[in-house]
Ligand binder design. Structure first.
Ligand code: NAD
Length: 297
């Protein structure tokens, strides 16, 4: 079998296009643009790049982008004051504080200060709670993007065996909740799981969110499984090259011989994250303006 390559890049581009169209209609209906505020503390180079690309994508989707770049030595009080100001600002629908924060700032207390109704990253405990009891809130962007790719590919997930490898608050746990809500039979595997290959072998759906290069091998997979690879890992550079290749948590080439469908790295889950962030922001804007968000957002 040679697996279908699930093209997250194309799916994300189509979602961004749709969000852009609905954002223009939102502006007409609400008399203002939907707005996303992104807060970056410090000068971590990877975070600088992420924040820059989020800002550009926001503007390209006909929404307003507010960037707040604060120095590394920003105090907790200063950051909380900015979050409070953004909570009150009616032109801001979504607030994202770029993680990781410098070590002197407590991430959980900063995230808790964001209004749950502007928490478009879905990291606030209120939104985690809403997801776990089935109320509408905001779902973290990466797992929601994985879910979109899965339902697009498989349709109804009822009764399917799903194994999520990884139990982080931002990927593994919300992913498992979403699969459970879709009536899959869900197992969460992690670093202490016994016989991980045996557990994965049961799965019709495998979501790997570990951060270990090419850990999931072809022989772990059930024939015909659908594989979503969240991992982003850089291999050591080959001789003469400056940078190593990016790979996922799944050994892509060999897994493609067994799986029915698989996301590549790069070009699979990665591009979905920003597209879903834009989608969540536009949903927040509709709710904040008392409008109904389009169903296919
Ligand atoms: P994390 O480090 O918070 O969690 C990793 C999880 O993997 C843990 O729950 C741990 O129990 C589990 N784990 C570790 N070693 C294991 C092993 N040997 N066997 C089974 N499970 C094991 O990571 P995260 O934030 O959830 O991210 C996971 C990966 O996904 C990383 O590579 C990250 O870069 C990537 N990621 C990608 C996106 C995106 O595509 N936009 C977003 C978030 C994370």
């Amino acid at each position: 079998m040679t697996a279908t390559r699930i093209d997250g890049k194309a799916f994300a581009a189509a979602l961004r296009e749709r969000v852009g169209g609905y954002a223009a209609s939102f502006e007409e209906a609400a008399g203002r643009k939907a707005g996303l505020a992104v807060v970056l503390v410090g000068d971590d180079p990877a975070s600088q790049v992420y924040v820059g690309s989020k800002g550009k994508a926001t503007v390209a989707a006909n929404m307003a982008s507010f960037e707040h770049r604060l120095p590394d030595e920003t105090t907790s009080q200063e950051l909380l004051a900015l979050v409070e100001q953004l909570n009150q600002d009616e032109s801001v629908d979504g607030i994202l504080v770029q993680l990781p924060l410098p070590s002197h700032l407590d991430e959980q207390s900063i995230i808790s200060a964001i209004s749950p109704d502007k928490d478009v990253d879905g990291f606030h405990v209120i939104n985690a709670g809403r997801l776990s009891v089935g109320q509408s809130g905001f779902v973290p962007c990466t797992p929601l993007g994985c879910m979109m790719l899965l339902t697009d590919r498989l349709g109804d997930l009822s009764g399917l065996e799903a194994v999520v490898i990884g139990r982080s608050n931002i990927v593994g746990k919300p992913m498992a909740q979403l699969l459970l809500d879709a009536n899959a039979t869900v197992t969460i595997a992690h670093s202490r799981t016994k016989d991980l290959p045996g557990v994965v072998k049961r799965a019709d759906i495998v979501v790997a969110a570990v951060g270990r290069a090419e850990m999931v091998k072809a022989e772990w997979l059930k024939e015909g499984a659908t594989v979503i690879d969240v991992g982003i890992n850089r291999l050591p550079p080959e001789p003469g090259k400056e940078k190593g290749r990016l790979v996922g948590d799944v050994a892509f080439n060999e897994a493609s011989e067994v799986a029915a469908a698989i996301t590549p790295v790069p070009g699979g889950v990665g591009p979905m994250t920003i597209a879903v962030l834009l989608r969540n922001t536009l949903v927040a804007a509709h709710r904040n303006a008392g409008l109904t968000a389009p169903e296919d957002l």
